[in-house]
Design a protein around this ligand. Structure first.
Ligand SMILES: [Zn+2]
Ligand SMILES: [Zn+2]
Length: 344
């Protein structure tokens, strides 16, 4: 199995980001990423610039909608008009073009320092037909941590403190709830903008590309390495994102590359996003280094193990996903969130 990882949800200077696609690709290459997915607001102006930039594959989708219900449309050829009120139209628009789509930063909390707590949440939970949702979002969670101006300065210089305990609880709860009905693929997002602020002699950059690219990444578990051919590699990435053969890692302190979560049943391997009978099945989790692994069943912590190879046997039917935490200082830091395997 091969682990290919990248950053999803990025803005360029074609919308409210500050970098060009070649500049952003350069930051991604420096961060060691295999792919990035650009999603400017409500257009596909960057689409002609899709391609390989050195070792990094750049794909261009779009973040659709304005004040709420932001939807990431990937692998679409035509622009889709925003529809905040009826996001089902947007989801269907992406689907009708054969694309895949994810609810972006669905459960935001807001910060009193940013527009009096303004958020851009997902509000319409009656929608169907979306591929998945963003379960861990860099920019929105970082901003949500800014409860005051001093805290803003603190988190500017110590951004990782905003992510120590993992994604927003509301986001994971919503995801677990949706998973009861059907597979909803969880991904991690940057929402990198590299917003340049001019404070006289001090010019801070918020959500700069390079920092974002080293934090929350989406890892794809592939059967073979990417080939270097744009068209076929795009299809491979799309397939892994669509089926849920992927997991989210916070890579800044420890790389999640090589994490593996599979079920083994009568000699067969079942991957994330798939289902198999519970009887006789072993869930196997391998972490790249020693970690505390929590096996979550139907949205609740169920079993726990510390080490590098984690085996769970004699399990009851349920929806199983994995959270891994690595040692950091005196405690643990949230590290890896897998997609689920369904045991029937
Ligand atoms: Zn957004
Ligand atoms: Zn965005």
């Amino acid at each position: 199995m091969y682990d290919c990882f990248g950053s999803i949800h990025i803005h360029t200077r074609y919308s409210d980001g500050s970098g060009s696609i070649p500049e952003i690709a350069k930051s991604a290459e420096k961060a060691g990423l295999d792919f990035i997915i650009i999603t400017d607001h409500n257009h596909l102006r960057g689409k002609p610039e899709e391609g390989y930039y050195g070792k990094v594959l750049v794909m261009v989708g779009s973040e659709i909608n304005l004040e709420c219900n932001h939807y990431l449309g990937i692998d679409i050829a035509e622009e889709i008009p925003p529809n905040d009120e009826v996001p089902q139209q947007v989801i269907d628009g992406v689907r009708n073009q054969g694309g895949i789509g994810f609810l972006a930063h669905p459960c935001e909390i807001g910060s009193p320092v940013y527009k009096n707590g303004k958020t851009y949440p997902w509000t319409d939970w009656e929608v169907t037909g979306f591929t998945g949702m963003d379960i861990w979002s860099y920019l929105s969670q970082w901003r949500d941590g800014i409860s005051s101006i001093p805290k803003g300065f603190y988190l500017y210089f110590n951004p990782h403190q905003a992510f120590r305990r993992g994604p927003h609880q509301a986001s994971l709860e919503k995801w677990d709830q949706l998973l009861r009905d059907r597979m909803v693929v969880g991904i991690g997002c940057s929402d990198a903008h590299a917003i340049k602020i001019n404070l006289g002699p001090w010019k801070p950059v918020l959500s700069d590309y390079y920092t974002c690219f080293r934090c929350i990444n989406t890892h794809l578990t592939l059967n073979k390495q990417l080939s270097g051919d744009l068209k076929s590699d795009k299809a491979v990435i799309k397939q892994a994102l669509q089926s849920g053969r992927c997991f989210v890692g916070y890579n800044f302190f420890k790389s999640a590359k090589g994490f593996r979560f599979v079920a083994e049943s009568r000699g067969h391997i079942i991957n994330m996003g798939e289902r198999t009978p519970a009887k006789g099945t072993v869930l196997k989790v391998d972490t790249p280094s020693k970690a505390k692994v929590v096996l979550v069943k139907d949205g609740r912590p169920y079993l726990q193990n510390t080490g590098q190879k984690h085996r769970f046997r004699q399990l009851k039917p349920g929806i199983y996903r994995v959270e891994a935490y690595h040692r950091h200082g005196l405690g643990y830091r949230a590290w890896i969130y897998s997609n689920p395997i369904y045991l029937d």
